[in-house]
Design a binder for this molecule. Structure first.
Ligand SMILES: O=C(CO)[C@H](O)[C@H](O)COP(=O)(O)O
Ligand SMILES: [Co+2]
Length: 232
């Protein structure tokens, strides 16, 4: 029998950044029908990143259109100020950046106390060490594979050793924690990220770029990630 820990199920999570913002409810339904596992809302405040996107009311307006869970990727300067609003809007998971939460341990505990699922994100330049002492508090760590702020950027392949280092830390500590990667994930890059140890794969541009449509794009990405994990 193998002494490797069982691999965690692959999940495909779309970023709605490339969607048509004039009809987000319909866009969410199309993603649900395409078989995604969750939908990521990229929340940008124009301060932590130089872009502005979704307030909680926009997300709340879409919540009744689908049953698939929502996650909020909070690229905001003050996550403590905003967390409760995004939970009330219907986001079951909140991802806060380690670079923004002044008291990360307390922020993650507060999200759990709101009956939401806490997760933490790392910019490309932030070391894995930044989350070592909060792994018992989170359900997921997001390793950014682009610098946050915009969709459609190139995948930073040098994040793969970082994902592998984090996976080792999680396995050695016996934590029940997923690893998500976000940025530049597509048919040519998803295998490397999954082989390194990521099991939650966020894709924006690549999903919407597939000429055969969203359903094909989701199945194709899932198959590529699962094949990469199977190959070891
Ligand atoms: O967090 C993000 C940007 O800050 C987005 O989720 C990410 O860039 C996804 O888009 P793409 O797949 O087009 O790179
Ligand atoms: Co994101």
């Amino acid at each position: 029998m193998s002494d490797q820990p069982p691999s965690r199920p692959i999940q495909i999570v779309p970023s709605v950044l490339p969607a048509d913002f004039s009809k987000l409810g319909e866009e969410c339904r199309a993603l649900e029908e395409a078989g995604v596992d969750r939908i990521q809302w990229d929340v940008m405040d124009g301060v932590f990143v130089p872009n502005l996107t979704f307030g909680p009311d926009v997300i709340a307006a879409c919540r009744d259109h689908v049953e698939v869970p929502f996650e909020a990727h909070l690229m905001v300067e003050d996550p403590d100020l905003l967390a409760a609003r995004y939970v009330e809007a219907g986001c079951g998971m909140l991802i806060v950046h380690a670079e923004t939460a002044r008291h990360l341990h307390r922020t993650l505990g507060a999200i759990r106390d709101m009956d939401a699922s806490p997760a933490v994100a790392l910019n490309p330049s932030t070391p894995v060490d930044a989350v070592r002492h909060v792994l018992d508090l989170v359900d997921m760590v997001l390793v950014m594979t682009v610098n946050p702020g915009f969709g459609g950027q190139d995948y930073i392949a040098t994040m793969e050793p970082k994902v592998a280092e984090l996976r080792r830390l999680i396995v050695e500590g016996g934590y029940d924690v997923d690893i998500e990667v976000d940025g530049g994930i597509g048919p040519g890059t998803i295998g490397g990220a999954a082989s390194a140890g990521a099991n939650v794969l966020v894709a924006g541009s690549a999903l919407y770029r597939d000429p055969e449509g969203l359903g094909h794009a989701v199945s194709d990405l899932r198959a590529r990630a699962e094949a990469a994990v199977a190959q070891g």
